[in-house]
Design a protein around this ligand. Structure first.
Ligand code: NOJ
Length: 715
């Protein structure tokens, strides 16, 4: 539709029609005689198909067929025939499920992430989806928070890189997308989902806002405002964030959508007295679309009449929604994407499954490999035990229309790979509060003839994700007891650990010879695990969250401030009056950026082209990376910077660049980076993004703790 026609359309709309465009409903009831049963209606804000002309968008529906039916019903009933835009949470796949975003972070591979997002988008469009609520780039430093699984980890820079990759991929696959949750939703106090966030303006600007800002460079169509209160106000009431920063400074002119009934939740926060107040505040802050709650359709006309909101503002907001629909071509084709005929043929194609397997393989992290237990030899007798051995529920939270039945378990993957059956037993359940250890005997029995036992343990997919916070991060006692029993029988124990977050693994360390962390690997998980265990692929994933020794260390992240009393040595028993604990080390069990390989990489010879730089200068940094082991493999070479002193305190180190390289056994390569004044910038005491003269350290290595270091001066 031309801009002129769009303007005319807007000018012809009634106030009620405008309010409808600003409202999104969760599913709509599709009557039994025409389609499926009632789907996804939130009873608090129910809107039936007959009333559908009261809204402008729908989230959640079962299939392309259903999406088409909803659209048809809508168009029959709406006078202006402005199509609905159909949205859904396509986070890491639609039917073919790719590894969770936290696992994709571990690949340090934006190009691969982009490809996975593209394939997800292609499938999702066949399923009738026109826009997705992703990527999520909330910075997460607390593993108790269940939504850690949706982020790329604890590093702002990596979050930004991965967020942009997701957007490019969704766009390439033809989906509109939405950066969320603006802002600082990931800093929920005590890691409890939906909890309050309180932080300094500096931390917000320097760390938490960074990735959202980066993502806007890829022109996402939507931004989602978050549920949380930030520094005393629900985000939907935060003019500073929504108008001053997002609209005026960052010039975002796409659609801002609230999170699920978050406009209405301002009442529960104790910020507004009633729904009308919610609508007034959210409209004045240009929340262009209210998700699920119905305060706009109930009160917008009244608020306009009273002059509490202006027509100009409402038109601006409606204009944005119409522009989104126009960008997707919905006025010409309201069924964009809804490929009823081909959907089933497209889903789970060999090509998608192949990509899902590759992505999973690249996301696995080898945390331990004592005496080179791995890779396994085909001739070795094995058994596969544990609650996740035969489990297909390994696709992760937010798996959209993905089905567990389509997923490959580890046991199945091993049998596919070996072409023979593998002895197996569950041993115990995966439930967080499980106590029953009576099955361990049968697991030990199943492993009787095995030299090496693959123990599939960890966290079930429903125990991370939205609303799935945890107060403990250790594995349930029966799972540890299972490892211990196997070890006591003299078995070599290979722990394959599932999880949607970093868990406490000190006990797993104690009773295992090798640990492969496989996250929630998606549809092809089991095949990917088997191929990795047998060395068809060499693990190359790196942690993007610090793995704690104990939950008491939370929040734990590598890029922390130094404090006035940093701990001098890695000891806690004999140090006093420094920033440390009496009962545990400060350091994580596995630091950010860590991950082993079947081969060994040596990083040496850090050189910098100058020890002084002026503001127009550049320093070249390089290291020699050599594959000194027996296998070909990939290594992630990471560059960190430390600003020694500045007008605002700076962190111990911050990731500024990385390169993932492939080296054949015996091969070496010089890896080069460049630093300039821009790389050194931060928000100073006056909130200016600048660099300050003085001493810096540049560190290069293969984890945040294993680095070589050189100093230079910014003049
Ligand atoms: C609530 C979640 O916080 C958000 O991420 C999601 O997109 C919406 N629900 C819609 O499902």
């Amino acid at each position: 539709m031309t801009q002129k026609k769009l303007k005319e359309l807007l000018a012809s709309m009634t106030v009620e029609e405008k309010a409808a465009q600003l409202t999104q409903v969760n599913g709509v009831s599709i009557k039994k005689d025409t389609q499926a049963e009632l789907t996804g209606v939130d009873p608090r804000f129910a809107i039936t198909l007959d009333e559908i002309s009261r809204v402008g968008s729908v989230l959640n529906f079962a299939s392309a067929e259903e999406a088409k039916e909803i659209q048809n019903r809508y168009l029959e009933r709406s006078e202006k025939k402005i199509p609905l835009v159909m949205m859904m949470d396509v986070i890491h796949g639609y039917r073919t499920i790719f590894p969770i975003p936290l696992a994709m972070g571990a690949t340090f591979d934006p190009a691969l992430t982009e490809e996975c997002a593209k394939m997800s988008a292609v499938e999702a469009r066949c399923g009738g989806v026109q826009a997705t609520f992703a990527p999520m780039v909330d910075l997460a430093r607390d593993q108790r928070w269940g939504r850690v699984m949706e982020t790329s980890g604890e590093d702002p820079y990596l979050n930004g890189e991965m967020g942009k990759a997701y957007i490019r991929g969704f766009h390439a696959g033809g989906l509109a997308c939405c950066v969320k949750h603006f802002a600082a939703y990931g800093a929920a106090e005590a890691g409890r989902d939906y909890n309050t966030t309180d932080m300094s303006a500096h931390s917000l600007a320097q760390y938490y806002l960074y990735a959202y800002g980066e993502c806007l460079k890829e022109n996402p169509e939507l931004v989602m405002s978050s549920f949380n209160a930030l520094n005393g106000k629900p985000v939907n009431a935060n003019k500073g964030l929504l108008i001053d920063l997002l609209r005026n400074e960052w010039k975002f002119n796409g659609v801002v959508i609230s999170d699920y009934d978050a406009v209405w939740e301002m009442i529960a926060h104790g910020y507004t007295e009633n729904e009308k107040e919610c609508a007034r505040i959210a409209i004045n802050n240009e929340i262009d679309m209210e998700m699920v709650s119905t305060t706009y359709i109930n009160y917008l006309p009244e608020l306009l009449e009273e002059g509490a909101i202006t027509e100009k503002k409402v038109d601006k907001m409606v204009g944005r929604v119409l522009a989104l629909k126009n960008k997707l071509g919905l006025f010409e084709n309201p069924y964009y994407g809804m490929d009823v005929e081909n959907a089933e043929k497209v889903f789970l194609s060999a090509e998608y499954r192949n990509l899902a397997r590759i992505a999973a393989e690249k996301s696995f992290i080898l945390l331990k490999n004592e005496k080179e237990v791995l890779p396994l030899k085909k001739t070795e007798k094995i058994a596969c035990v544990g609650p996740f051995a035969a489990e297909r529920g390994i696709i992760g939270a937010w798996a959209c229309n993905g089905r567990k039945e389509d997923a490959v378990s580890v046991l199945q993957g091993l049998e596919n790979y070996l072409g023979e059956s593998v002895p197996s037993a569950k041993g115990c359940g995966y439930e967080l509060l499980a106590t029953d250890e009576s099955g361990i005997k049968s697991a030990v029995k199943a492993a009787k003839k095995a030299k090496t036992v693959i123990a599939c343990i960890g966290e079930y997919m429903d125990d991370s994700g939205e609303g799935a916070s945890r107060s403990k991060l250790n594995l349930p006692a029966p799972q540890i007891a299972l490892l211990k029993a196997l070890k006591e029988k003299g078995k070599k124990v290979v722990a394959v650990v599932f999880g949607g977050r970093a868990q406490e693994l000190d006990e797993v360390e104690k009773y295992s010879d090798a640990i492969l962390y496989v996250w929630q690997p998606g549809t092809e998980g089991g095949n990917a695990v088997a191929r990795t265990l047998y060395g068809e692929v060499n693990p190359s994933g790196k942690t993007t969250v610090s793995f704690p020794r104990t939950v008491g260390q939370m929040p734990l992240y590598y890029n922390a401030f130094r404090t006035g009393r940093p701990k001098p040595v890695d000891d806690f028993k004999n140090v006093y009056y420094v920033s440390s604990y009496r009962d545990v080390l400060n350091s994580p069990l596995y630091p950010f950026g860590y991950g082993l390989s079947y081969t060994k990489f040596e990083i040496s010879n850090l050189t910098i082209s100058a020890t002084e730089m002026d503001e127009n200068g550049e320093i070249e940094v390089s290291v020699l990376v050599k594959n000194v082991g027996k296998y070909d493999g990939e290594e992630v070479v990471q560059l960190y910077l430390r600003d020694h002193h500045a007008s605002m305190i700076r962190t111990v180190k911050e990731l500024k660049a990385y390169k993932k390289i492939f080296l054949k056994a015996g091969e070496e390569q010089r890896v080069e980076f460049a630093i300039n004044e821009k790389t050194l910038r931060f928000y100073n005491a006056d909130f200016k993004y600048v660099s300050e003269k003085g001493k810096f350290s540049v560190m290069v290595g293969n984890s945040s703790e294993n680095v070589l270091e050189k100093e230079f001066i910014l003049k």
